[in-house]
Design a protein around this ligand. Structure first.
Ligand code: GDP
Ligand code: MG
Length: 150
C-alpha cells in the first residue's frame, strides 16, 4: 500500500470550453453545463457571443492552412456560441474526455459529441487540447478580471 504522502496530487487546471452554434441551437447549454458540474468542473467565467469572422479566424489560427479552415470559420460564425472557462482537477483532459472524439462517429457513447453532435463540422463543443493552449484560449476571450477563482 502506498503511503498517502507518496500519492501524486491532482493538478488544479483551467481549460476553455465553447458550446458551438449547433448545440446552442439545440437548446442544450444547460445539459452540457450539468455534465461539467457532475464531473467536478466549475464554471469560473462565461459569456455568450456571436463571433465575427476575424474573431473566429484568430481563435482557430493554428488551423489556418487546413483544408477545412473556411468551413470551420463559417460554421463558428453561423450563430451565437457559449464560451466558458472551467476549473478543476486535471480539467484539460477531463473536459476532453467529456467531449469525446472530434468526429462524432468515433465518439464514445455517453460523451457530449456522441449525444449532441451531427458531423465533424457541427460537432457541438470545443475544448483546449493542452494546458498551454488553455491559458492562451482563456485569455483570448476573458480579461483576467473576468475569471473568478473558486
Ligand atoms: P478538436 O480539438 O477535437 O475540436 O479538433 P481539431 O482541433 O483537430 O479541429 C478543430 C475543429 O475543426 C473540429 O472540432 C472540427 O469542427 C473541425 N475539423 C477538424 N477536422 C476536420 C476535418 O477533417 N474536416 C472538417 N470538415 N472539419 C474538421
Ligand atoms: Mg483542437
Amino acid at each position: 500500500v502506498r503511503p498517502a504522502y507518496l500519492e501524486i496530487p491532482m493538478a488544479l487546471e483551467r481549460t476553455l470550453s465553447i458550446i458551438k452554434p449547433d448545440a446552442v441551437g439545440k437548446n442544450v447549454i444547460g445539459e452540457i453545463y450539468t455534465r461539467f458540474e457532475k464531473a467536478g468542473l466549475k464554471i469560473v467565467a462565461a459569456r455568450m457571443k456571436h463571433l465575427s469572422r476575424a474573431e473566429a479566424e484568430g481563435f482557430y489560427a493554428v488551423h489556418r492552412e487546413r483544408p477545412f479552415f473556411n468551413a470551420l470559420v463559417e460554421f463558428m460564425t453561423s450563430g451565437p456560441v457559449m464560451i466558458q472557462a472551467l476549473e478543476g482537477d486535471n480539467a484539460v483532459l477531463k473536459h476532453r474526455d467529456l467531449m469525446g472524439a472530434t468526429n462524432p462517429k468515433d465518439a464514445a457513447a455517453g460523451t457530449i459529441r456522441a449525444d449532441f453532435a451531427d458531423s465533424i463540422d457541427a460537432n457541438a463543443v470545443h475544448g483546449s487540447d493542452s494546458l498551454e493552449n488553455a491559458a492562451i484560449e482563456i485569455a483570448y476571450f476573458f480579461p483576467s478580471t473576468d475569471v473568478h477563482a473558486r
